[in-house]
Design a protein around this ligand. Sequence first.
Ligand SMILES: Cc1ncc(COP(=O)(O)O)c(C=O)c1O
Length: 428
Amino acid sequence: MKRFKKSNKFFKKVSRVIPLASQTFSKSYLQFIKGQAPLFLERGAGARVWDIDGHEYIDFINGLLSVILGYRYPAVDKAIKKQLERGISLSLSSPLEYELAELLKKHIPCAEMVRFGKNGSDVTSGAVRLARAVTKRDHIIVCGYHGWHDWYIGSTTRHLGVPESTRKLTHKFVYNNIDSLEKILKRYKGQVAAVIMEPMSYEEPKDNFLQKVKKITHEHGALLIFDEVITGFHFSLGGAQKYYGVTPDLAAFGKAMANGMPIAALVGRRKYMQKVGDIFYSFTFGGEALSLAAAIATIKEMERRNVIGYLWRLGKYLQDNTRGLLAKYGLDVIIKVEGKPFWQVFIISQHKKYSGLEIKSFIQQEVLQAGFLWYGQHNMSFSHTRRDIDKLLVAYDDIFGRLKEYLESDKLRRHLKGKPITNIFKVR
Ligand SMILES: Cc1ncc(COP(=O)(O)O)c(C=O)c1O
């Protein structure tokens, strides 16, 4: 049985100097069953990671969808090492910026011009500021998750510290509900700078939804921004905009772009992007060369090896069979595995006296014991093999069977070894 002695002890120490004991909400203890999960990883290779207690896991988190090829992927590491020999942050712009911009331009339909950032939040915020500058309007309409900056996070339940005046400028609409968008556009007629949305999260666009969003956004004189921080490099090398055939005015890419190195891209139509020089969009590490080299190597590897096709095929095999196992135990009403094959999300509802989070905590506790790093999603990597997936399915077969039994006999709580996950911040 896996124990997490070092993780739990180290957590206490770290918590005294690092709030949340993590730099990222989704990597923090808040996502895990208390005391019964690893909280710190020491290293990764391929699709595997090792925690500080020495346990090995097949990883289904994969750096929050950033590690698309796998840890220590040779072609990417080689490019990083080569650049390391030449310097990391040189005092003028690197020629690699142009090379990467051209690569993105080749693949992404709206990318007539390109600027870089480090995090997804840099480029969604850059896009929003640009749209405000272009339209000379202040209001923003959002759909999905767009990062930690004031203009967006003010519209969520985690808005502590965001001025009320900023919060009033952002409005949420509902995916696949065109009326919810139209209502806001009409209410703030002539004041909306942009509609920013994830082209898809785990719900499929229905009834030409994206086409309709584009039309109505333009009719109201606003810019359409696709937040492709997740969909980018996963739907196609040109993102969801290429896959669905709907080209936005601006788009934000990040995460998987450099197989885990920190880089993001703000791309868009030339007539808008030319104005990026007029707003203030600038930071010390915007042209940091290791990440540029890693991004070029990652994209070229994806061009060469049909990485996306592989993620979708293997992911579909996992998704279909997970659903099959849930149905086998009659759990498919309570637990759904939604989303596209490369990024599947467990949607777990309450059952009898058990909350969705208690049920999730039980599955997590057991899946971790079986040797998989898991937080309720299947984030696919090119390093996952069919054997890895089959192992997970064998574990699910056992875990779902027991879950069913404990739910039926009202004994689930008795089998939870730690306090369940409680504080999940939901934005999608
Ligand atoms: C769709 C989407 N947009 C924006 C962001 C923000 O990116 P980052 O955390 O790199 O700032 C995320 C992060 O999860 C995301 O999923």
